[in-house]
Design a protein around this ligand. Structure first.
Ligand code: NAP
Length: 281
């Protein structure tokens, strides 16, 4: 679609942001939806100045990524109550209310919904038991979402203090890494970077333990099929790759910005092609 005076503006704010997969996914979706819009990566360090600039430039919405998800909250007019509870915003929507001069910026968090929607394709979340490995930034959203959906969450993490702190915040339990063998659950989710390129032989849990779980999900998406997922398939588990979470959280963003249901098959294809292209180059 040709860029012209009616082109709607979207993008992602982060630092760094060059590696982000969001532009290929969102631009493919906008094109398939027939929206005259463009989604651009913007490497910014001054988040306050950036939000002010986007407001003035007439942007419709942007994604916000590391390291700005917390600081951006101080630059907004309204924050969705769930994002407020998580303490992080990854989506902005700019709106000019009828009769008002000022453009308001509202913040949302869609990170927590990505993992929920991905896992919910395989099992009902309410009442299910899920072991989450890791306690970093991604784990925070994943665990929050699961607790919100009524799942029983058990957290394990290499650094005990971080894992325990996350468990305490959410009111769920923590187990040290050497006790993972005692856990049987409906699902296991790896939220650590173990298994991510170049550490492709890495695995966050001993393969012999995988038949303690019905579903195994990895949020690492490079490579797409991690060693964890390969071993889980061998053990007869259902598997979910890291693109699902990325895709679902982005689909919720697009729904917020456009009000329409985005074409998830198109978005996934664009992601897979981009990963293939990056691997080949
Ligand atoms: P982070 O905040 O740095 O957290 C990293 C986590 O991995 C921590 O729990 C850390 O444990 C653990 N870890 C790292 N190396 C480890 C090792 N060798 N052995 C055991 N545990 C180890 O990172 P993040 O932002 O949460 O991202 C984690 C991964 O998720 C990355 O691969 C990222 O690409 C991926 N991700 C995917 C999506 C998606 O949509 N699919 C979204 C966000 C992130 P300690 O606390 O002990 O350091």
């Amino acid at each position: 679609m040709a860029i012209n005076g009616s082109t709607k503006l979207y993008g992602i704010l982060g630092h760094p942001v060059g590696h982000s997969l969001s532009p290929v996914m969102h631009n493919a979706a906008l094109a398939a939806m027939g929206i005259n819009g463009v989604y651009i990566p913007m490497d910014v360090t001054d988040i306050r100045a950036a939000v002010s600039g986007l407001r003035a430039l007439g942007f419709i919405g942007v994604s916000v990524t590391i390291p700005h998800k917390e600081e951006v909250m101080g630059c907004l007019d309204e924050i969705d109550p769930v994002a407020q509870r998580i303490g992080a915003v990854n989506t902005l929507l700019f709106r000019q209310k009828p009769g008002e001069e000022r453009v308001t910026a509202r913040g949302f968090n869609t990170d927590w919904l990505g993992a929920n929607l991905a896992l919910a394709e395989k099992i009902p979340l309410t009442g299910s038991r899920v072991l989450v490995i890791g306690a970093g930034g991604a784990a925070k959203g994943v665990c929050f979402g699961l607790v919100e959906a009524g799942a029983e969450v058990v957290i394990t993490n290499r650094t005990k203090a971080k894992g325990q702190a996350l468990a305490d915040w959410l009111g769920c339990s923590f187990i040290p890494s050497d006790q993972v063998g005692d856990i049987h659950a409906d699902a296991l989710i790896n939220t650590t970077s173990v298994g991510m390129e170049p550490d492709v032989d890495g695995i966050a849990v001993a393969p012999a333990l995988l038949d303690n779980f019905s579903v195994v999900m990895d949020i690492v998406y490079a490579p797409l099929t991690t060693r964890l997922l390969r071993e889980a398939e061998k053990a007869g588990c259902q598997t979910i790759d890291g693109l699902s979470m990325l895709l679902f959280q982005a689909a919720v963003q697009l729904k917020i910005w456009t009000g329409e249901k985005p074409p998830q098959d198109v978005m996934r294809r664009a992601l897979v092609e981009e990963l293939r292209r990056r691997k080949a180059s």
